[in-house]
Design a protein around this ligand. Structure first.
Ligand SMILES: [Mn+2]
Length: 316
């Protein structure tokens, strides 16, 4: 594994970067990627971001079209917050595998270290914490734009500093970001207290469909094309309500099933206190963190549900 210092000097000694976040980009990977792009540009380097799937409206305030990958020959591909190569979808073959050299900056314990330079730290609450330290080690001045993107990254992956992954390191880094004049209240409101009307309509389906299992210790819900078309929402909007599945009193594990198609079921797993959902996800080829993980099934909803419910049964 490579250190922050090594990664920082590697980036400082190269040029023409393409930064790749994971598919369905969240605040952590988009905030970390855009902060890294701005930091590299402040050193006079070329940097672009290639998105495996588009960013949602929720995060548009940290995105600029000048970041977008277009006519650009990259030398170094940097995967940010990408737990494994498949999370880059087609961009892995198209860009990452073809780059002269590769870097991976990530905080997933399940990351197999797939790049030339691997800066992976599973104790970091967000990739944004690691990117903050890499940027500092490169000697980049923390502008308000860079600091706000790093703050979005860290706030999003810690649920607004609420989750158990939040540490003194998280707060120390956040404190440094405050010194660059960030609008913390505005960012928190945008991330956690603002929903589109379609998202709120979708919420009706999510709560109506909630099922409890194992004496109320496991709660699940599901979103399909019917719920999406009735609410006017899109599948990424379902992510706004994943946390609700574990918010019920007495619930340990929350499961949100996203029915992408008849044969593709994507499941988000969350836990509160003692179930390691990344271990559960890993059994079916997925991965993630102890309290937040994901897995994709290539089978029907009923069959994916039966398989997954057999797992928490052993754990809760
Ligand atoms: Mn992350």
């Amino acid at each position: 594994m490579n250190t922050i210092a090594h990664t920082a000097s590697y980036l400082a000694n190269h040029d023409n970067f393409i930064i790749i976040p994971h598919r369905s980009p969240d605040g952590d990977c988009l905030g970390s990627s855009s902060a890294l792009l701005l930091a590299l540009r402040s050193l006079g380097k070329n940097a672009r971001i290639a998105l495996p799937t588009p960013a949602t409206q929720r995060l548009s305030f940290i995105w600029d079209e000048s970041y977008e990958w277009g006519d650009f020959e990259p030398e170094v591909a940097v995967a940010v917050d990408v737990a494994d190569t498949y999370m880059m979808l087609g961009l892995y073959d198209e860009i990452f595998a073809k780059a002269k050299s590769t870097v991976c900056i990530d905080h997933h314990a399940t990351n197999p270290a797939f790049a030339d330079v691997n800066c992976i730290d599973a104790t970091a609450a967000a990739a944004g914490e690691i990117v903050s330290e890499v940027i500092e080690a490169m000697g980049v001045t923390l502008t308000r734009d860079i600091a706000e993107r790093l703050y979005v990254a860290i706030a999003d992956d810690t649920g607004g500093f609420q989750y158990s992954n939040t540490t003194d390191r998280t707060h120390r880094i956040a404190s440094k970001l405050f010194k660059s004049g960030i609008d913390s209240a505005g960012i928190m409101k945008a991330l956690f207290a603002t929903h589109t009307k379609a998202e709120l309509e979708l919420l009706k389906f999510v709560t109506a469909r909630m099922e409890y299992h194992f004496g109320g210790k496991v709660c699940l819900s599901w979103v399909d094309s019917e719920a999406l078309s009735a609410s006017g929402a899109e599948m990424p909007n379902a992510d706004a309500w994943i946390g609700l599945t574990r918010s019920g009193e007495g619930v340990e594990v929350g499961l949100m099933f996203k029915l992408i198609s008849d044969e593709e079921i994507r499941v988000s797993l969350r836990s509160n206190n003692y179930v390691d959902v990344s271990a559960v996800a890993k059994k079916f080829g997925g991965g993630g963190h102890v309290r937040a993980a994901g897995v994709t099934f290539s089978e029907s909803f009923e069959s994916a549900k039966a398989k997954l419910l057999a797992e928490p049964e052993k754990l809760v």
